[in-house]
Design a protein around this ligand. Structure first.
Ligand code: PLP
Ligand code: TYF
Length: 394
């Protein structure tokens, strides 16, 4: 029977990872997949994660199943971290999922169950897995303008005009912070205008927040999400712990569904558990337990926050170094956007041909849409990248 299968398009980011591995050049620079790397190119296990794992190893006396929605302590801790009391806890249904991807996928399935003809508005561009999962589920995709290739910032007028065409029963997918793949984000006034559109159209927001703590700080990065949930009757939030806890392979995420009343909340909670049961029964527990152990222990939490701050500042530093070097080499401010962008990524805004030239001639690997992982840089590779950008004529 399997001969009927068709070849599926590969994940371009993961394919790039393999190309980088196969490149024998010692000077190669990996700005591909979105994982944090320190100055030596390593993705370390965070100190608080190691300590929490130790604590769990000592105390855990059973690995019996948790609940279908995962360990309630994980949900409570994450709801607190992301929403910080923006809405009453009793209105937030939540289920642990395999990573943020799992949360996004369960959210899409929930949308489809609730409203089979719902359209999902997505930023142009967005994380490719959003599009891939929506297509797989046969959910109608409506792109909204987002990246302005001239300014390398947000085409906010275009975005707003496109969002205004949504109506009740549609979903607007927003990146809570640190937009992937562009690095271009809304300011507080612009978020307020988006909230006005959510209120006037009645469309339901779905927020994907995968980089809390990687942009301007843990509180700052969640500010838009908190304001949105407290301004609309219903909201979906897919949160990932992969990046900010550095537990990528543990597959740790949480889907939250915020309801307007207790009846809707109970239905949401039941449905989230039901959807988990259909797809994988119990969600992975180890990463979730590491997260709740850290967030519920004042010492571990303080150390995690301090290390996250180091990670965030290292990326901001690299942004500034790259922008400064490009200003020096180009004699212009046209690369100033690199210092304005936030999170792991910046979109250079150049052609696939130039991206390929960077790879073949300079051994610099970035995604074909010219997305760079800033954390892939270090003080030695910043000038190499800057010179290469000028050499290929970007
Ligand atoms: N959403 C966005 C926008 C992402 O960039 C990612 C990737 O890290 C995720 C969700 C989910 O990641 P994970 O499934 O590894 O938690
Ligand atoms: O965008 C990225 O690089 C990260 C990691 O299928 C990632 O979000 C990349 C591809 C993928 C899943 C996660």
């Amino acid at each position: 029977m399997f001969e009927t299968l068709k070849a599926q398009p590969a994940d371009k980011i993961l394919a790039l990872m393999q190309m980088y591995k196969d490149d024998p050049r010692e000077t190669k620079v990996d700005l591909g997949v979105g994982v944090y790397k320190d100055a030596t190119g390593l993705t370390p296990v965070m100190r608080a994660v190691k300590a929490a794992e130790h604590k769990i190893w000592e105390a855990q006396d059973s690995k019996v199943y948790t609940g279908l929605a995962g360990d309630p302590a994980f949900a409570d801790a994450m709801i607190d971290l992301v929403l910080d009391g923006a809405v009453p806890r009793a209105t937030v249904a939540a289920a642990a999922t395999p990573g943020g991807t799992g949360a996004v996928r369960q959210a899409f399935e929930l949308i489809q169950m609730a409203k089979p003809d719902a359209r999902v508005f997505v930023s142009d561009p967005t994380w490719p897995n959003h599009l891939s999962m929506l297509k797989y589920l046969n959910i109608e995709i409506v792109p909204y303008r987002y990246f302005d290739n001239e300014t390398r910032g947000v085409d906010f007028d275009g975005m707003l005009a496109d969002l205004k065409t949504a109506h009740a029963g549609d979903v607007i997918l927003l990146h809570g912070c640190c937009h992937n793949p562009t690095g271009a984000n809304l300011n507080a006034t612009e978020w307020d205008a988006v909230i006005d559109v959510l209120q006037s159209t009645g469309a339901t927001p779905m927020i994907d927040i995968a980089y809390q703590g990687f942009g301007d700080g843990l509180q700052e990065d969640a500010a838009a999400t908190r304001k949105i949930v407290s301004s609309v009757p219903e909201c979906l939030i897919a949160a990932s712990c992969s990046k900010n806890f550095g537990i990528y392979r543990e597959r740790t995420g949480l889907l939250m569904a915020v309801a307007s009343d207790a009846t809707a909340h109970d239905l949401n909670q039941q449905t989230l558990a039901y959807l988990n049961r259909q797809n994988f029964s119990f969600p992975p527990d180890h990463g979730a337990r590491v997260v709740s152990t850290i967030l519920n222990d004042a010492t571990l939490k303080a150390d995690w926050m301090a290390e996250l701050e180091e990670v965030r500042n290292a990326m901001l530093d690299l942004r500034q170094q790259l922008a400064d070097e490009l200003q020096r080499l180009s004699g212009s401010d046209r690369f100033g956007f690199l210092a304005q962008h936030r999170g792991m990524f910046s979109r250079l805004g150049t052609t696939p041909e130039k991206v390929e030239q960077l790879r073949t001639e300079h051994g610099i690997y970035m995604v074909g849409d010219s997305r760079m992982n800033i954390a892939g840089l270090n003080t030695k590779s910043v000038p190499i990248l800057a010179q290469a950008i000028i050499d290929v004529g970007i």
